[in-house]
Design a protein around this ligand. Structure first.
Ligand code: 5AD
Ligand code: SF4
Length: 488
């Protein structure tokens, strides 16, 4: 790796499921005299992970990274289309950057990711000052598109691929702590949830070669990382078949997700493994047993329910019903006692009645989610729901139902956290606390944030912490010693 890549970065992974920009604090350390790029990521973890691939491709072209927008020769926004609001945020950011470009005429502006894919060349017509538009499967063509843009042409590549996994590209870690990292294990999505734009913007599902995944995990561990999160829209349907036969439905599956998880867990007992997102229709008992078997696979499952009502789930085309979901939750609680469970919930989907909404609230109560991402339904052009159903729940009712869901989740999170007082957890220390230099911050296996006095403990260590107080967002405690035997 060249010295172009020797820099430190501050990225807030944990708050980024929806709509928050990547908070970069990059300090280039001794790079050659080269063009500089600036990148902001919006939306899901996959976008943050993709930005690391983009950074790697650009570094290969001699670009260095900057956190100073004014300093940049190339400004990239890696965008999200999941809800209308996410797109509005990007549009307004683009207007600000366009205004800046008036003072810096040579600057190029690029739009990457889901919005680029959804709007394609319409982007160039609508947003006159965008120079390049690149979809999620076309990042390898960035150098060529930049060349075209340098020559005064607009560069667009939004071709989706059935094969691209960027398996051979070593991501440039845009992460300051050097402790936690994402590893993308698959791309795209073959589910057709009726509300969701992702299958249209990220294309068909494809799995990444397990050899390259394991090599990446080992490399991260050797560089001092202590936690990896395996990423995919639906990790449970990970399937690796014979090299030349990935698209063949009937080809023998050489590795499924449970097996991949086990291989990553075996990289080193000191490497924690997380994964996201699980689909209720696909999560198997095999995955749960693998989680129970390896102490370094974290006890936390993000299992989006979306709605607690079977008829609504049917309209959402989630392909499971309330009973199926409850059965999966029961299996988690039986096989991995104490496992954290989190969810995504949508309020006010097409045709949602008051009774259906009540079923969502009662589902939350049944599962006792530790955490949820909650949204009201936002119709997305071209999706199944937009074509088939009327967006007939008024905005007032959507908002009211969302408030009820958020209130219910706050109560559940608080209850779950208060219940941890007096318990001791192993915490992987990730950073100094934002509020105080004298406190450290990390997470337990269940993905709860724990803050405790620093004493002589350090980032990257596993520390046992006894919980002394809690609120709905986090736990506070005191260290009771280093973990020496974090070994299975
Ligand atoms: N409106 C509201 N929320 C949505 N999500 C996906 N599409 C929409 C939409 N059209 C939510 C789902 C999904 C999460 C990533 O975003 O809950 O799991
Ligand atoms: Fe969208 Fe459903 Fe695929 Fe998730 S599983 S990305 S909600 S279509």
């Amino acid at each position: 790796m060249s010295d172009l890549l020797t820099y430190t970065v501050n990225k807030q992974h944990d708050e980024t499921r929806q709509g928050k920009a990547l908070d970069l604090d990059l300090q280039p350390v001794g790079f050659a005299n080269s063009r500089k790029f600036y990148i902001e990521s919006y939306g899901c973890q996959m976008n943050f992970s993709d930005s690391e691939i983009v950074a790697s491709i650009l570094a290969g072209e001699g670009f260095s990274i900057t956190t100073n927008l004014f300093d940049a020769d190339l400004v990239l926004l890696n965008t999200c289309s999941i809800r209308e609001k996410a797109e509005q945020t990007v549009r307004s950011r683009l207007r600000t950057i366009n205004a800046l470009k008036l003072q810096k005429p040579g600057m190029l502006i690029g739009v990457l990711g889901c919005m680029a894919e959804r709007l394609k060349s319409k982007f160039l017509e609508e947003e006159k000052l965008v120079d390049i538009v690149v979809g999620p499967d076309a990042y390898r063509s960035l150098p060529q598109l930049l060349e075209e843009a340098d020559g005064g042409q607009k560069g667009v590549n939004v071709l989706l691929s059935r094969e691209e996994t960027y398996a051979d590209i070593s991501p440039v870690r845009l992460d300051k702590t050097g402790i936690t990292a994402f590893i993308s294990i698959m791309r795209g999505c073959d589910n057709m949830c009726s509300f969701c734009v992702v299958p249209f913007t990220r294309g068909r599902e494809r799995s990444r070669d397990p050899g390259s995944i394991l090599a990446e995990a080992k490399d991260l561990f050797n560089k001092g990382y202590r936690e990896v999160t395996l990423l995919g829209q639906n990790v449970d349907s990970y399937k690796w078949k014979r090299e030349d036969n990935q698209q063949n439905k009937d080809a023998e599956v050489l590795m499924n997700f449970a097996q991949l998880l086990e291989c990553v867990a075996k990289v080193d007992p000191l490497l924690r493994v997380r994964f996201s997102t699980s689909h209720p229709k696909d999560i198997t008992d095999d995955v749960l047993h693998t989680m129970a078997k390896y102490e370094n696979i974290c006890n936390n499952i993000h299992l989006p329910v979306q709605s607690g009502n079977s008829a609504c789930l049917d309209r959402m085309n989630r392909t499971y019903d309330r009973e199926w979901y409850i059965n999966r939750v029961d299996a988690i609680k039986r096989i991995i006692p104490g496992c954290g469970i989190s969810s995504d919930i949508i309020a006010g989907f097409c045709g949602e009645t008051e009774e259906e909404h009540q079923d969502t609230l009662s589902m939350m109560e049944y599962v006792q989610y530790d955490f949820s991402y909650m949204f009201y339904y936002s119709e997305r052009p071209g999706t199944l729901a937009a074509r088939k159903y009327e967006d007939d729940v008024s905005l007032d009712i959507k908002k009211r139902r969302l408030i009820e869901i958020v209130d219910a989740q706050y109560q559940l999170s608080l209850k779950s956290n208060l219940n941890d007082i007096g318990k001791t957890f192993t915490v992987l220390v990730e950073k100094t606390s934002k509020k105080s230099e004298d406190e450290l911050c990390g997470r337990n296996s269940q993905n709860k944030v724990i803050i405790f006095p620093k004493e002589n403990y350090k980032v990257g260590q596993y520390v046992n912490v006894i919980v002394e107080s809690a609120n709905k967002a986090m736990l506070k405690g005191k260290a009771v010693g280093l973990v020496n035997d974090y070994i299975i």
